[in-house]
Ligand binder design. Structure first.
Ligand code: NAD
Length: 360
């Protein structure tokens, strides 16, 4: 089979980690007889330097012509908040998600067996295991709501950010969560703040309405503050967690952190029609860019998710996961996950070891 992949290498460590992911994709191609065709797409700070804007015209069209998109990371101090919106990398990230209609963000927070010691949780808690599929609504809610800033007579400047959700938006993300749970352990925790927010009351009512279509899945309501506590107390209790954009932004970072390293976790952003976008959950790490120190594993595991969800190649996806675990179990680590008995490797060597394992 032939698959077209758009590569957004981006800024900071982006180009280094995407390069290693491409080596892994090519190795899979050779082993399993697939052909991959790449289209390079400029987006982020590198696009601002080249074209004056972080989201050049035609970016979405280039991505839509492919079967999936792989993104490294964008951003850095050079294109900070003092720059006009059209030059900032974050503007481009929001725009590509919106233009591709990527309403569901899936983060798979797993504690890899070789990294139990890297988790900040108590050993007995970590050893119970973590395998959470975090499903975050990505293109609605307060991040996309109307904003306002105005002078008041007696309180100085006042600002507003509007959080709005429609039944349609809640239902489509809710159905994604139930469908994922059906393929996993059949439990959905729906996170809201229904004791305070009207949007959350609609969220809860909608989730319960659609739950009737998935009788094999158990639905539980969890308040967002309680969820934040439970994630550190006993994350093993969760299977699929589904929530709105801002709660998901915060909780998915927390869920990632308890697994030990940001450098290990992949994500997928999925819509109804356009190609899905796969990216590591970490940022562009400008502090280590260009030094061959970055951990490419989150990007490589993003490729594993791409094979599973966009190309329906579960065997290839599994092979990548197993190769990563084998390399880590053999004690090879980049600096961010290194323990005292481990052997230090750089980004390129880590990529090479994973490819070598795949060739075995
Ligand atoms: P970050 O994730 O880039 O870095 C946080 C820390 O983790 C740093 O010490 C970094 O060196 C380390 N780190 C991150 N990824 C690593 C990896 N693969 N291997 C080894 N160490 C790694 O977060 P930040 O410092 O808050 O943000 C830096 C830039 O990235 C900012 O411009 C931010 O806007 C951007 N950012 C981009 C995305 C994205 O592209 N989706 C996401 C988050 C942040």
């Amino acid at each position: 089979m032939e698959y077209k992949i758009a590569l957004i290498r981006g800024d900071g460590i982006g180009p280094e980690i995407v390069e290693e992911a491409v080596h892994v994709i090519n190795t899979i191609g050779r082993r399993y007889g697939h052909q991959f065709i790449y289209t390079d797409v400029d987006l982020g700070g590198c696009a601002t330097d080249k074209y004056g804007v972080s989201y050049p015209e035609g970016t979405a069209e280039k991505c839509k012509a492919c079967d999936a998109v792989l993104l490294g990371a964008v951003g850095g101090p050079k294109w900070g908040p003092d720059k006009p919106a059209e030059q900032r990398p974050e503007t481009a990230l929001l725009a590509i998600r919106k233009d591709l209609g990527l309403y569901a963000n899936l983060r798979h927070a797993t504690l890899r067996p070789a990294l139990v010691d890297a988790s900040p949780l108590k050993k007995e808690t970590a050893e119970k295991g973590i395998d959470i599929m975090m499903v975050r609504e990505l293109i609605g809610g307060i991040y996309f709501g109307k904003r306002g800033r105005y002078e008041t007579e007696d309180r100085g400047v006042e600002c507003t950010d509007l959080m709005a959700y429609s039944e349609m938006e809640i239902e489509r993300i809710g159905r994604r969560a139930f469908e994922l749970a059906q393929k996993r352990h059949k439990r959905v925790a729906s996170v809201d703040k229904a004791n305070v927010l009207e949007t959350s009351r609609l969220w809860r009512a909608t989730m319960h309405r659609i739950a009737a279509d998935y009788p094999d899945v158990e639905l539980e309501d969890v308040l967002v503050d309680n969820c934040a506590m439970q994630l550190v107390r006993d994350p093993s209790q969760f299977d699929v967690i589904v929530t709105e954009n801002m709660f998901g932004d915060i909780l998915s970072d927390e869920a990632s952190m308890v697994t030990g390293s940001l450098g290990l976790l992949p994500s997928a952003s999925i819509g109804s029609h356009a190609p899905a976008l796969y990216e590591p959950i970490h940022g562009s790490a400008p502090d280590i860019a260009g030094q061959d120190k970055a951990n490419p594993i989150a990007t490589i595991l993003s490729v594993a998710m791409m094979f599973k969800y966009s190309f329906d190649l579960p065997q290839e996806s599994e092979a990548i996961e197993q190769a990563v675990d084998a390399v880590l179990a053999a004690g090879w680590h980049t600096a961010d996950t290194m323990g005292s008995d481990d052997k230090l490797v750089g980004c390129q060597e880590m990529g090479r070891l994973i490819c070598e394992e795949l060739e075995r």
